[in-house]
Design a protein around this ligand. Structure first.
Ligand SMILES: *Cc1c(COP(=O)(O)O)cnc(C)c1O
Length: 358
């Protein structure tokens, strides 16, 4: 029983809803969004597609989102077929569906911290037991540590995040393969930031033909500048997709979402057009912060984790006082900043210098 007498599940007692503060601040660099809104030509096509879709809103959407999944398969390439691609409301929902299908009571999920802070909530919501291994000093995953955890815990689902949030660290494919070879469980590589990786850093998509229990999740929230539309997806063996169809809610993906995401994919060159700018900004931020004496984790994502501060909360507040919102991390002494426009990054750097000078 809660204080109000509600018969809440005991594991939810005292829990707080997930989410960084959504503050109305001039420079918002806290949730890894793309700072560039969709260009006008894309907005026009989205508006037309929404109007067309509105004309049939009395009908349920395509339950299988077949056309959209075909477009996603074409975008990913690697010879993927529509039957190997699945989509839902953000990769968060994809992840919950994976836990519903392959986790659940009596089962275990494993990941390596520090990592995406939503994973414990996905596990809790699906009554999946979870264990967290430690990343190494450079925020990578040591293979021996990982295999020892697999031996000790025999997880049914392993989540590998690459590039990782909040650290920005990408995993070598050899690490993914070592884990995939060592478990009978489902191995999920969360590639929410894949499009931002540096040249030569591979995607786990190329491993899919060789590992039938490997899953690669992606999202349109970050590189595609479509966070508001809520569209996440995965690529895997067709059997994995078939399993997810058992747990998804009927008509989970609205016609409007499907229509807008398809327009976005048809304009992928325009929507991804700022990737080079964002990557250049990231690389120069990493270099500048290091030159100023900060510790900075290598990043293959659209954010940078930097520190180390005796009191990271005070620095966070100091930046906020100057109109710049960044993110506190679970790692004491470190903050995470999303790459914004060049102008926003100048404001961020100036504000940071002021805060640390005091
Ligand atoms: C942002 C993020 C996601 C994406 O979430 P959506 O539900 O697709 O918006 C997934 N995984 C990680 C690690 C992320 O940082």
């Amino acid at each position: 029983m809660t204080a109000t007498g509600l018969p809440l599940r005991p594991e939810l007692a005292g829990a707080v809803p997930y989410g960084a503060p959504q503050l109305d601040v001039a420079v918002r660099l806290d949730t890894n969004e793309n700072p560039y809104p969709p260009p006008p030509c894309v907005i026009d096509d989205m508006t037309a597609a929404v109007a067309a879709s509105a004309a049939t809103l009395n009908r349920y959407p395509d339950r299988e989102a077949t056309a959209l999944r075909g477009d996603l398969a074409a975008y990913l390439g690697h010879g993927l077929e529509v039957t190997q691609v699945w989509a839902a409301n953000g990769s968060n929902e994809v992840m919950v569906q994976l836990m519903q299908a392959f986790g659940g009571p009596g089962r275990t999920a494993a990941w390596f911290a520090p990592t995406y802070s939503m994973y414990p909530q996905f596990a809790r919501s699906t009554a999946t037991r979870w264990v967290s291994g430690d990343r190494d000093a450079d925020f990578g995953i040591d293979v021996d540590t990982a295999l020892a955890l697999l031996d000790a815990e025999r997880p049914d689902v392993v989540l590998l995040t690459s590039p990782n949030n909040p650290t920005g660290t990408a995993l070598p494919l050899s690490t993914v393969e070592a884990v995939a070879r060592h478990t009978d469980g489902i191995v999920v590589v969360d590639e929410a930031y894949a499009e931002f990786r540096r040249p030569g850093v591979p995607s786990a998509l190329e491993l899919l033909p060789r590992y039938p229990r490997l899953v690669v999740t992606r999202t349109m929230s970050k590189a595609f500048a479509l966070a508001g539309a809520r569209l996440g997806y995965l690529a895997a063996e067709a059997d994995v997709v078939a399993a997810l169809r058992l747990v998804r809610l009927p008509y989970h993906l609205s016609s409007l979402t499907q229509a807008v995401a398809r327009v976005a994919l048809s304009h992928s060159a325009a929507l991804l057009g700022q990737l080079d700018t964002l990557r250049d900004e990231r690389d120069s931020l990493v270099a500048a912060l290091r030159a100023s004496g900060f510790a900075v984790a290598d990043s293959d994502a659209n954010f940078v984790m930097f520190g180390r501060f005796p009191d990271a909360s005070a620095v966070w507040q100091g930046l906020l006082d100057r109109g710049v919102l960044v993110r506190e991390t679970e790692l004491p002494g470190w903050l995470r900043v999303t790459i914004g426009t060049p102008q926003q990054m100048v404001i961020f750097r100036d504000a940071l210098q002021e805060v640390v000078a005091r």
